[in-house]
Design a protein around this ligand. Structure first.
Ligand code: GDC
Length: 337
């Protein structure tokens, strides 16, 4: 039995889907009510549980062979900069899950960490040197969210050393794709840009707001690469934190260029210099993952953004009133109403 914690979220939903496609027995858990899950597989054992509570974690992991912990209160830079205490409370989830995993003899435990663990002084320039795993120390991670991730990584390491079950840790670099958050405040830049460009296009507003000056650099990993890498890391012998991210570096302005090209529009850009911006530059050094797996994320930003844009466009337009075709004449019964 494989347990996926955070199964109602973006990455968790895709992971359950992939595990089910390969015929695995899956228990899927999230704190959100079922109608808020991004994806739900009726063949999985779906449970709504608050995993920050010890009893819920024990209920969740009883009978489990493998556990994926993707459960966390998180979001894009707009969310994590303004909700540091909430982000830190995710420590309760990982702590109680590790204890339950130890109690029930779980064999393998995956922890979803983040590039936000990396030290701030190594991310000050937009002209980045890709981050290698050792750059997390000396520690000065993203305030709140990053500290929790770094602490929880460390806890996984010591549970592995002291209690003898395998823990696997991936440091995700900005993951995007369909069936993820694109509005409401937790969205990351790729989904936010799709939403803003679509809104500008549909409304005819012709302009979008960009946080910062647009010169910040990032790499963005498409969800299919994230799931493939997650499964491989879990099955591997990599017993220390490893980067899981694309190494295709772009500026935020280049990300917007890609979305404009997909949408076939050219918009005026309004730069909001007081909006959350996070680090100036960040990229993933993939030497370690390549050396273990002979693999690294390779789906291009262009290809991934086309699929993401299409899905967000469908979500934003599906419930809308569709204008009648030109030349359409309503029937008299409709007019009488
Ligand atoms: O939110 P994010 O994708 O997270 O932002 C990337 C950059 O895009 C930031 O510099 C931000 O100012 C800029 N940006 C411009 N406009 C907008 O409308 C917008 N919305 C958003 N969200 N950003 C905009 C993330 C964390 C994650 C995760 C990853 C790991 O930081 O928020 O939780 O851990 O890092 O790589 P980002 O890349 O800063």
């Amino acid at each position: 039995m494989i347990v996926v914690c955070g199964a109602g979220g973006f990455i968790g939903g895709h992971l359950v889907r992939q595990l089910r496609l390969s015929g695995k027995l899956v228990r899927a858990i999230d704190v959100k009510p079922f109608d808020e899950w991004f994806q739900q597989d009726p063949q999985a054992e779906n449970l709504q549980l608050n995993l920050s509570e010890k009893e819920s974690c024990e209920r969740a992991l009883k009978g489990a062979d493998e556990v994926y912990n993707l459960a966390a209160d998180m979001g894009g830079i707009g969310f994590i900069e303004n909700n540091r205490a909430l982000c830190m409370l995710s420590v309760l989830i990982n702590t109680h899950l590790l204890l339950a995993a130890h109690k029930y003899g779980v064999q393998r435990y995956f922890y979803a960490s983040s590039a936000c663990v990396y030290a701030a002084d190594k991310q000050q320039s937009t002209n980045v040197i890709p981050l290698k795993e050792s750059d997390a120390y000396p520690a000065m991670p993203e305030d709140g969210y990053g500290w929790e991730k770094l602490f929880s990584e460390r806890m996984c390491r010591h549970f592995q050393e002291d209690f003898g079950f395998a823990t696997r840790i991936a440091r995700y670099h900005n993951v995007y794709g369909p069936w993820g958050t694109y509005d409401g405040g937790r969205e990351k830049a790729p989904a936010a840009m799709c939403r803003k460009v679509i809104q500008a296009k549909l409304s005819g507003a012709n302009r979008i707001e960009i946080w910062g000056n647009g010169n910040q650099t990032r790499s963005f990993m498409y969800i299919d690469d994230c799931i493939a890498g997650t499964l491989s890391i879990m099955a591997s012998t990599i017993d220390k934190p490893v980067n899981l991210g694309s190494s295709e570096l772009v500026t935020i302005n280049q990300l917007v260029d890609i979305v404009e090209e997909i949408a076939q529009v050219k918009l005026q850009r309004d730069y909001n210099l007081s909006a959350p911006q996070g680090v100036n530059g960040r990229n993933s050094d993939n030497t370690l993952i390549r050396s273990y797996l002979n693999w690294e994320p390779s789906i291009s930003l262009n290809e991934g953004m086309r699929k993401t844009y299409k899905w967000i466009y469908e979500q934003m337009t599906k419930d809308k009133f569709t204008p009648a075709p030109i030349g359409y004449v309503p029937s008299t019964s409709v007019i009488a109403k």
